[in-house]
Design a protein around this ligand. Structure first.
Ligand SMILES: Cc1cc2nc3c(=O)[nH]c(=O)nc-3n(C[C@H](O)[C@H](O)[C@H](O)COP(=O)(O)OP(=O)(O)OC[C@H]3O[C@@H](n4cnc5c(N)ncnc54)[C@H](O)[C@@H]3O)c2cc1C
Length: 473
């Protein structure tokens, strides 16, 4: 190994999404020597080109992000298109009035404990300092008719704000002297006194090695195989959830969704029994297809929000909690569901009009094409057998629709179910202030399998930075 390839740091952060980037800034601001590695590139290179074009030229109908490069690099999966920032618990910009009924999710509280609100607000302080528009005096709460709905403290974030946040991150990383290396895929971590992090450049074959007293893994949700490797190698304490959440993505007209939302943005809507819910429901956007895990051929569906360019569609997931069968873990089980959905129509995205799902018949391809979905290449399929096999139920949602929309046939005929959507299947690491059972090895953001979402990722990154400074540096 050449001498100039050997570099020693106080902390190495793997992954430059909201968790990793904020952790790196917080450490470097305190004078620590930090290396931030990411397999992707700079923010500007990864900004979702299709989204930008769609935003500034609404006549373009090419919304499918084929390369998925926008899920990687500085900003991670979060900061390359418009987004919802959740967990803002205040009803006013001055942070005086708490939103009535607001509760952080139990997962976020498990991760951050008594300091949940303090770290969430640290995250927001950073975002407001970057130029994020503070929320309106009275944030929208769910409209009438929603079953078990609660406010999620959502702030809709437009592309202009996303760009300001990315610019501040880039500025701070440079100003505080973080060594940011893009196009570096971390392949391994060893511990030999210090941690040794090995990575490869996309273009080259040679392995680079970097050394540090502490490492924070911030590689996001799609990195489960990488995280699993570190779990095995360091014998990390973890568990798999006994239930996972599986379901469908739904695309419908923004006009009908407005009736459901009653002016709210992303309320937490649950069935009365608590087993089923909507995931990320707001008034605009498009569907996006991306890999189930980095390196996997299987795809899952998620949605981008759109506020600058609202369009005429919206999308969200309908998810059901499903018990993992004995002898399997949640990741394997979710992978089976995803693979079955992927192979239903030979690798195409299977789609079914809600009206046909309800009557138990496969949609006509002409009907699917006629609805001009935001995702191209969807193929008519019958999703009901898949739903029945895996215990996915949407009847509760139909009841909700009926209570809000007087003549729901129009809704049934203009709404499409697409597969697959899956969440909460990752291994959950046992973490104390983001530190794993291997001293000095931290897992932050989605990679730890405990929290998900942008604000939660940022908050855990900030908490890890404090813990690293307190315990090791
Ligand atoms: C389409 C889509 C829309 C979303 N919309 C929202 C939303 O509106 N609101 C919200 O709160 N959440 C949203 N989410 C979820 C949100 O993006 C994530 O919860 C959040 O980005 C997690 O942050 P993170 O830092 O943990 O990981 P990520 O943002 O996933 O970042 C992980 C980083 O690690 C890098 N990486 C992975 N493996 C390696 C490796 N081996 N070596 C080096 N680098 C590696 C990746 O390139 C990536 O940059 C959305 C997700 C998707 C996919």
């Amino acid at each position: 190994m050449e001498e100039n390839k050997v570099k020693k740091f106080d902390a190495i952060i793997i992954g430059a999404g909201p968790a990793g980037a904020l952790c790196a800034v917080a450490l470097a601001r305190n004078g620590k020597k930090v290396l931030l590695l990411d397999k992707g590139g700079a923010f500007a290179d990864n900004l979702c080109a299709h989204f930008v074009r769609q935003t500034y030229d609404c006549s373009l109908h090419e919304p499918c992000c084929r390369r998925h490069s926008c899920l990687s690099g500085l900003g991670g999966a979060a900061l390359h298109f418009e987004a919802n920032f959740d967990n803002y618990p205040y009803a006013d910009a001055e942070q005086k009035e708490r939103i009535a009924d607001f509760k952080f999710s139990p997962f976020l509280e498990a991760a951050l404990g008594d300091a949940t609100e303090a770290y969430i607000m640290k995250f927001y302080d950073y975002m407001f300092a970057a130029g994020l528009q503070k929320p309106a005096a009275e944030p929208a709460v769910c409209g009438k008719g929603c079953v078990g709905a609660a406010p999620s403290g959502t702030i809709p974030v437009r592309l202009e704000d996303i760009k300001k946040i990315a610019a501040k991150l880039e500025r701070d990383l440079a100003q505080y002297g973080v060594c940011l290396l893009g196009s570096r895929t971390v392949t391994d971590i060893d511990k030999n006194g210090d941690f040794v992090v090995s990575c490869v450049q996309k273009t080259g074959e040679e392995t680079e090695k970097f050394y540090a007293k502490t490492v924070a893994v911030a590689t996001g949700y799609r990195s489960i195989p990488t995280v699993a490797k570190f779990i095995r190698k360091f014998g990390l304490q973890h568990s798999f959830p006994a239930e996972t959440e599986l379901g469908f993505r739904v695309e419908t007209s923004a006009e009908i969704a407005d009736k459901l939302l009653g002016g709210a943005c992303n309320p937490r809507i649950k069935s009365a029994c608590g087993k089923h819910r909507t995931f990320c429901i707001c008034s605009g956007g498009r569907i996006m297809k991306y890999p189930f895990a980095w390196g996997s051929d299987d795809f899952v569906l998620d949605g981008q929000h759109a506020y600058s360019c609202r369009g005429n569609k919206t999308n969200f997931s309908l998810l059901s909690k499903v018990k993992v069968p004995a002898g399997e873990n949640s990741y394997e089980f979710a992978a089976e569901f995803v693979h079955e959905a992927n192979t239903l129509e030979k690798g195409a995205v299977p789609a079914q009009k809600l009206a046909d799902y309800l009557s138990g018949s496969k949609s006509a391809q002409a009907d699917i094409d006629g609805l001009s979905l935001t995702l191209s290449g969807c193929v008519a399929a019958d999703l009901r057998p898949l739903a029945e096999k895996y215990g996915i139920a949407i009847e509760w949602f139909i009841e909700l629709v009926k209570s809000v929309i007087p003549h729901p046939d129009y809704f049934y005929n203009n709404t499409v179910l697409l597969a697959p959507s899956a969440v909460k299947y990752a291994p959950r690491l046992e973490l104390k202030k983001a530190e794993s059972s291997c001293p000095g090895l931290y897992f932050i953001g989605d990679a730890g399998g405990v929290v998900s979402g942008i604000s939660a990722a940022g908050a855990t990154g900030l908490m890890a930075a404090d813990s690293i400074i307190e315990k090791y540096l």
